[in-house]
Ligand binder design. Structure first.
Ligand code: PFF
Length: 451
């Protein structure tokens, strides 16, 4: 059997894990759900969810991975024993990776398309009324959706084929710093806009009037999605760590980076919207309709648009890499396959599973027809299923196993190894035992309409 691969350095692991966390969730989704929930108070609730629920689960996931040096299902088998029902938690993670990557790749494909349009000068020379039809026609086009979906999965496979340190780590070391620089350029521009002050007030002014219980639960669900928790991505990345790395310290850094990027993305988007008198509560079209309109009217917009859409692509790519790696690494562990065989098969299958999502906007078969059945098209159904059910369930399993079932010596030992943050152990365990399960069960009760 092949020796388990490891990260080349601690920084490499942090950049890869931050790359997994920072994604479309931060730049596309966080600003629009913040807008829909009225800003201020929602941001505070989100921060609390991240610190009190997300961070403890992240530590648990990485710890399970590192202590077992295995992909999700193998990790649970090593810990809980052959035939244990806990192994299904690992397979749930692999299933979530499949489901999420299949539709995530479609949105990433739109980002590629818009990057292409902006690089070829075909985006900012339109008049405002032309942007909505532009998005709609792309959304409805089977050809465009399938092509970009294939290109994006292809790029993701190319990185994962390279392996842990020569593929995932190497590309994270290139893409993540580039992403931070691109964000800084856009942030500097946003700072000069008239709408900046209003955006600060919108994001940090504490108004509770628009925050609802449903909004608070949305914040919690989003914290899972944004931190890449509940599907074994952090577990898999943790399995490539050596024993002397500080798990708690690394988790704090990854969580802080993820949160900083979500806030920075909002501080780029809202000043742009407010300067052009557009609304904050716009839903998913914000990034692909309103923002391009604003770029078309802004000084330097022709240069800023490709930077912005390139940023989305880089963010999506490093997240997609982690999702594909979950499946690839499971195939390698489970069947002793070569990385090449595992990656080609995993990527190919995910491409196939993504086809209905890619066709959701354009064909009655996967769009309106199934909408009649379940009230959502295929794409939205996958998103709903994954964020509201699969990730929280995976997170619950990881939290309950680590807090209530795991051998105390292993848990304690792995938490402390390489860490100066020993005094966090007790509070971490307390949160994992009580607050985390209660919070996740609330998400479920809400999903079935009981809360
Ligand atoms: N964290 C990613 C984002 O915010 O876009 C999405 C994601 C990646 C979710 C990896 C889950 C995962 F395992």
């Amino acid at each position: 059997m092949e020796q388990r691969a490891h990260w080349g350095s601690r920084l490499g692991f942090i950049l890869a894990a931050a790359g997994s966390a920072v994604g479309l969730g931060n730049i596309w989704k966080f600003p629009y759900i913040t807008g829909e929930n009225g800003g201020g108070a929602f941001v505070v609730v989100y921060l609390l969810c991240v610190m009190l629920v997300g961070l403890p689960v992240m530590v648990a996931e990485i710890l399970i991975g590192r202590s077992t040096q295995g992909s999700p299902a193998r990790a649970f088998r090593t810990l809980a024993g052959k035939g244990s029902p806990w192994i299904s938690m690992g397979w749930l993670g692999v299933a979530s990776a499949f489901v999420i990557l299949s539709y995530y790749s479609v949105v990433a494909g739109w980002s590629l398309h818009f990057t292409y349009l902006s690089l070829t000068g075909n985006l900012v020379n339109l008049v405002p009324a032309e942007f909505e039809p532009l998005f709609e026609s792309m959304y409805a086009s089977p050809g465009l959706n399938l092509t970009w979906h294939a290109v994006f999965i292809g790029l993701t496979m190319a990185v994962v084929l390279g392996g842990v340190s020569k593929g995932v780590e190497r590309w994270s070391r290139i893409l993540m710093p580039a992403l931070f620089v691109m964000m800084l350029i856009l942030l500097a521009k946003a700072f000069t806009l008239d709408g900046f002050d209003r955006a600060v007030d919108f994001m940090f002014g504490f108004r509770t009037d628009k925050l609802t219980g449903a909004g608070a639960l949305e914040a919690l669900g989003h914290a899972f999605f944004s931190l890449s928790l509940g599907m074994g991505a952090m577990l898999t990345y943790g399995s490539y760590l050596r024993k002397d790395d500080d798990i708690m310290g690394a988790s704090i850094t990854i969580t802080a980076l993820d949160t900083a990027v979500a806030i920075a993305a909002s501080m780029i988007l809202f000043p742009i919207l407010f300067t052009h008198n557009m609304e904050a509560a716009q839903g998913p079209g914000l990034v692909f309709i309103s923002i391009p309109i604003a770029f078309s009217q802004m000084a330097g917009g022709a240069y800023l648009a490709p930077i912005f859409f390139g940023l989305l692509v880089f963010a999506a790519l490093t997240s997609a890499i982690s999702m594909l790696e979950v499946t690839t690494s499971s195939f390698i562990d489970g069947n002793s396959w070569s990385r090449k065989k595992a990656t080609l098969l995993a990527g190919g299958l995910i491409f196939l599973v993504g086809i209905p999502s890619a066709l959701s906007g354009g064909t009655a078969l996967f769009g309106s027809n199934i909408e009649g059945l379940v009230g959502k098209n295929w794409f939205d159904s996958f998103d709903y299923l994954a964020t509201n059910w699969m990730l929280p369930l995976g997170g619950l399993g990881i939290a309950v196993y680590t807090a209530w079932r795991m051998n105390e010596a292993i848990r304690h030992d792995h938490f402390l190894a390489g860490s100066k943050l020993r005094h966090f152990y007790k509070i971490w365990l307390l949160l994992l035992k009580f607050l985390v399960p209660v919070a996740i069960i609330l998400i479920f009760l809400h999903a079935i309409g009981l809360v």
